[in-house]
Design a protein around this ligand. Structure first.
Ligand SMILES: [Zn+2]
Length: 538
């Protein structure tokens, strides 16, 4: 790998991630002065919706953003993945990632870089020119930063440094919001000081606050175009969070210097969440799955009392009602199960002979016919109103993703309408015959396909307003801005619509094997954390 212009020093590039920032909010708030620093960037540069990937989930989306590869090549889809030869789901880390990140490529070109809090980016790569702080998925700083001593330094300068914060960890919304705010301030301080101390050619720093607050408070919030919610005490929490990120952005842009290009990107957008889905109940009803159910306490009552028992159960607080739904993959009879759903948002796998440990579906025509039948069945499903189709699309994983890791894709990818519904890891199997459920952990917001791109500085066209850009194109665009030749072998391409610099190309494809140059993991603690997030089976 080499710079496209070896004679010219690299121009610095700052990439700021706002996890889940959505164009429906960012647009009006840039107009009305809520986000002055972001608006200033858009004014002297480009802004557009940024299309995520199906599913618009942080592990797949951020990994595609930092590699320029589709999940079929980098191999990461979800927070968990099935361990080979078992039905057990293991938590995903960058140790499962194939391919080189934008900072790996910068390293190969002799540039200095810093990657801060990028989700699922740990463990730290051992490098000579990089500074690394882990993001979502890493339990602690200790052992996960590069250089190693940076962890102690951060703890000393920013005691209690938070890598994440979630509403359900706090009884009181005020505590949660105070915690989120502290997280934003600490991250901004760290990023600003690293920019000033290290002068990296490339810095990428992701703020997850937007995602966490929108999940928790979307429906309760007063938002542009939505009126009548202003009575709630925290109705402006989402706006205040964006505003705090905008303040942080101002500090980072100033610290990066006038010669830096700046990109602000999100991995997906946001909108309302109606509820969770037990997709497996569709498969069970159709006879494609067998769940070994022990009779519930209600069913054990004398017949005359059962309606009363059911009514009583419906009135219990959800934490008691949940007990009825505490079935896991351990309750599936694999010898008679032909298909199953697991993971976030909507995925179906066949119980395929030769792939799953107790696979019974023959690959080839039998598997193909079953996938077609399941697709039809899913497309017939409606929302609780009985009319609106529940799924926008049911796609074959093999057609959606391509590359050496594509065998790890779900066999079917079911897209719930606008992602207003979602399946949830660890809650895959519900009460018999129940498809819909209240959202776990009381979320009222969920992801959408369109995130945000705002960019300005040397190499970016002033006033560019393309209709839509693609997250997959972030890494090639960043390489072009850094003056590094863009590998033709990436799936993404530089964003022609916003670039005013010339682009050099190379046939060389930088690559890292999974786990190359990384430290050993700490799986138990990671699983504990993901379980808390509602992402893994209990
Ligand atoms: Zn999220």
């Amino acid at each position: 790998m080499r710079p496209a212009h070896p004679d010219r020093p690299a121009r610095p590039l700052l990439i700021v991630g706002w996890d889940g920032a959505t164009p429906e909010l960012v647009g009006p708030w840039m107009e009305d002065g809520t986000l002055p620093h972001l608006a200033a960037l858009a004014k002297r540069g480009a802004w557009a919706p940024l299309r995520s990937l199906v599913h618009p989930l942080s592990p797949a989306a951020w990994t595609s953003a930092i590699t320029g590869l589709n999940p079929g090549r980098h191999g990461i889809w979800d927070f968990g993945h099935r361990a080979p030869d078992t039905y057990r789901v293991d938590p995903t880390t960058a140790r499962e990632r194939h391919g080189a990140t934008v900072w790996d490529i910068a390293e190969d070109c002799g540039l200095r870089w810093a990657a801060l809090n990028v989700p699922l980016s740990h463990p730290a790569p051992a490098t000579t020119r990089g500074v690394f702080v882990p993001g979502l998925g890493a339990e602690e700083l200790e052992g996960n930063t590069w250089p190693r001593e940076l962890a102690a330094q951060i703890e000393a300068e920013l005691p209690g440094f938070r890598m994440d914060s979630n509403a359900y960890e706090h009884a009181d919304p005020a505590d949660f919001l105070a915690d989120v705010n502290a997280m934003i301030q600490q991250r901004a301080t760290l990023a600003t000081s690293l920019l000033q101390r290290e002068r990296p050619d490339l810095m990428m720093c992701v703020f997850v606050a937007t995602d966490r607050v929108q999940h928790a408070f979307w429906r309760q919030s007063s938002l542009p175009g939505v009126h009548g919610r202003g009575h709630w005490r925290f109705a402006d929490a989402i706006r205040d969070t964006y505003r705090a990120l905008d303040d942080a952005l101002g500090l980072l842009v100033a610290a990066a210097g006038d010669d830096a290009s700046v990109l602000v990107v999100s991995d997906h957008g946001f909108g309302e969440l109606e509820g969770d889905l037990y997709l497996n109940s569709i498969l069970e009803d159709a006879g494609w799955m067998t769940v070994r159910r022990t009779a519930s306490r209600v069913d054990r009552l004398p017949a005359a009392l059962r309606p009363f028992g059911r009514r009583l159960r419906a009135e219990l607080p959800p934490r008691f009602r949940r007990r009825e739904a505490d079935l896991t993959f351990g309750h599936i009879d694999w010898a008679t199960t032909r298909a199953y759903s697991r993971g976030l948002f909507g995925n179906v796998w066949l119980n395929l002979r030769g792939r799953e440990p107790h696979g019974i579906v023959e690959p080839g025509p039998e598997a193909d016919a079953l996938l077609a039948a399941i697709t039809d069945r899913l497309l017939e499903q409606t929302e609780p109103d009985g009319r609106t189709p529940l799924f926008d699309a049911v796609l074959r994983g093999a057609e959606l993703y391509w590359g050496e890791q594509a065998a790890g894709a779900p066999d079917l990818v079911a897209v719930p309408r606008e992602y207003r519904w979602m399946t949830r890891s660890g809650r895959e199997i519900g009460p018999r015959g129940q498809l819909f459920s209240d959202p776990a952990v009381r979320h009222t917001g969920n992801h959408r396909m369109d995130g945000v791109f705002v960019g300005a500085g040397p190499g970016i066209a002033q006033g560019a307003r393309p209709e839509r850009l693609r997250l997959l194109d972030l890494t090639p665009t960043a390489l072009a801005l850094l003056g590094i030749e863009v590998p033709r072998g990436l799936d993404g391409v530089p964003m022609d619509d916003v670039l005013s610099c010339d682009v050099g190309w190379t046939d060389e494809l930088p690559w890292r094997q999974p786990g190359e140059g990384a430290a050993p993991p700490d799986r138990d603690r990671l699983e504990e954390r993901l379980r808390g997030l509602g992402y893994l089976a209990e």
